[in-house]
Design a protein around this ligand. Sequence first.
Ligand code: AMP
Ligand code: MN
Ligand code: MN
Length: 317
Amino acid sequence: MNILEECSGAKRIGISGHVRPDGDAVGACLSLYLYLKKCLPGDPYIGVYLEEPAPQFNAIKGFDRIITDFPEEDPFDVYIVVDCSKDRTGDAEKYFDKAKKTINIDHHITNTGSAMINVMEPQSGSVCEVIYDLFDKDKIDADIAKALYIGIIHDTGVFQYSNTRPSTLTKAAHLISYGFDFPKIIEETFYQKTYVQSQITGRALVESIRFMNGKCAVSVIDRKTMDFYDADNKDLEGIINHLRRIKGVECAIFMYETGPLEYKVSLRTTEKVDATKVVTNFGGGGHARAAGCTMHGTFHDNVNNLSKYIAAQLGEE
Ligand code: AMP
Ligand code: MN
Ligand code: MN
């Protein structure tokens, strides 16, 4: 697909990523925004509609242009959804549904394509790598490079996870040649945590429970605890990574309460458990090693329900 050709002549273009946007979703939306703004003639309207991202992503140019409420809009000529299918864009789905042309660019294995034009690359570690391939390299600049780089480091855990491929590093190598301060970007957008984020992480780890002979670890943060720390979902981002690192754990589960008897669930696994085979039973999706879903019921019921599908893969009772 040639993204500039697909957008040529369009007067109104919209871009969205998934709800609770992560670094890959924000980097993908803003890199596309910056690239299309720079390359399309005639200065078309380009809107990025996303739930409010975590504040550290203001390192990316265009962050302050993100529209976080979803007002009524005239139909878009082209609507582009990245890092998810249209049904995970929250209130932006209405723009997509009314758009004249729709494009979906993603790397989730569970996304089978939800647009008129679909670019699905499940073997890609991040959607920013897929978008990199769509860009004319002569037209990338330091701001676009930084946006793509942030997406790549977030979804690959700074090139640690098994979704990192040789081509991931080749692309990242080219991107850092634009000369932005990448050590600062890695530290400030990926590793650095506020005091409250660190405290609530500590709380989640102290209260974590291991089961299935230590092969699973689970922790939950309820509404009351979030209120106590004045924390929101963006403050809980790194907790699952700590649970995943516990020695012997093949499947880490983290959930937080999003409403009465409603939890957002995250799974991280070793090669012994395919996380998508667990969460797709509950309407979720993602990748083999990292996936998520929303579950209804008590914390204990949810753990029990997940356990059935995890135990089946681990060969546990
Ligand atoms: P999370 O645990 O929310 O960080 O998500 C892990 C991976 O699974 C990310 O790539 C998410 O985009 C994806 N994911 C999480 N929840 C869902 C869902 N309900 N449907 C599809 N993909 C999801
Ligand atoms: Mn994402
Ligand atoms: Mn992604």
